[in-house]
Design a protein around this ligand. Sequence first.
Ligand code: ADP
Ligand code: MG
Length: 513
Amino acid sequence: MKLSLATRIFLGYAVVLVTFGAVSLFSVAELHRNRLEIRLVSQGYLQLSQDAATLESIHANQERDTERLLEEGSVETRRALIRLARVYLPTPMERLRAAQERTREMRALVPAGEVQIVIQELESRFGELANRYQSYGRAAEAVFTVLSSESPATEEVSRATAELRQHQASIGSDIHRLRAALSNRIRERVDGAEDRERRTGLAIITLSVLAIGVGLGATAWSARTLRPVRTLIEGVSRIGRGDYSAQLGVRGDDEVAVLARSFDAMARSLQAREAQLKAQAEALMRAEQLAAVGRISAQVAHEVRNPLSSIGLNVELMQDAFERATFESPADAREARELLAAVTREVDRLTEVTEQYLRMARPPRPSLEPTDVTEVLASVLDFSREELERAHVEVVRELTPDTPRALADEGQLRQVFLNLLRNAREAMPDGGRLTIATRVLERELEVALQDTGRGMSEAVRSRIFEPFFSTKEDGTGLGLAVCQQILKAHGGELSCQSESGQGTTFFVRLPRA
Ligand code: ADP
Ligand code: MG
């Protein structure tokens, strides 16, 4: 079950409240029970035992009065004493009824389970006593009747007296037993109350400790639940300071964790954005530098191109003149021809470089036409066959038959292939194999040129398309830059896969016609 943060904290404190509430209720209930117990003892048992004491003293008086009556000789005095005794005869019954009334009131103070034992025992004792008093009353009346006559028959007196004494004795022992039972009960109650008070105290202490434990637990728990909030705040302020690398990494599925994950995602995308902006700024700066360099080199190339072509022309004229001239020795003639040939080579090379610079700086717009790429490849390979053979490069053609035409400018495409072939040859100074394969894709045509040359490191590979980047002593670093520019203008693509020491594959992609 997934609970929200607020619900969980609320539940934690609800548990604490319930625990403390239970402890308080328990204490109040126990206090109430103790108060009832005290009232039961003070208003119940103590009063009853006072009643019993009063009954005992009344009974002692009655016994004394009876003895006095039996000893009295004068009939007049006897009659006066009997009148008096009759007045006091109902007194114990009244007391007894009051005690019974009190017993009934005690019902309310006795715990439900104890009514049976406590109240009924007392009621039956009082009921018995009441019966005994009634019998005693009748026996006393019989004695009074006999003793009221002028000369009572001795036999009759002794019989009635014996019966009265018997009743008196049993009432006496009943009251005595009643008092003993009551004081036993009082002792029991007080002992029980003390016992329970001790137990209650212990229970309250235990429960309070438990409640405090629960409270501490809930506090710790909510602190733990809220801890991610602090992590969140710290993380957010770190992001605020621009440190996007910090990930909060809060786990779980509560609101804080969800928020933290959103923050992490935000930090990641901010970091990515920053990296992108930095790369863009760097690229822009490089592009600006290159543009400036490009403009200067184009200017230089332009300035150099015209004199170069006239130098070339003049060298040709000189070669013609040398053919006709006479030298002192054949060795001189050969030396002169070799020098001129070297000049021609250098002029050609410089012309090529200036052309490349100019192409780079002012790339001509390609005139795109459906072109048979395999045909272009074949003619470029034918053109470079001699060069490749000299370099001991074996060419393997894996051309798909009937390749569809691509949209391309044939002249520019030739240049791309020538550049790639030259780079491959230069990467295999001790010879090797160059595999050329074509592949027809859904919308494009792909030509892969795979060599077994020295390959490149990752550091080199990442820079090969930069203009002027070259690892060769006399390289211009413009070949691949121009190729890429051409293919981009075609809506195509130039990519490269290479591993140091393993060889390189260039992929040329052109849109299909
Ligand atoms: P250049 O040939 O003048 O050096 P390029 O733009 O043609 O300039 O090539 C740039 C760099 O790319 C080369 O200097 C070389 O380090 C690397 N390179 C190009 N083609 C290959 C290849 N087939 N094998 C290994 N390295 C290559
Ligand atoms: Mg090159």
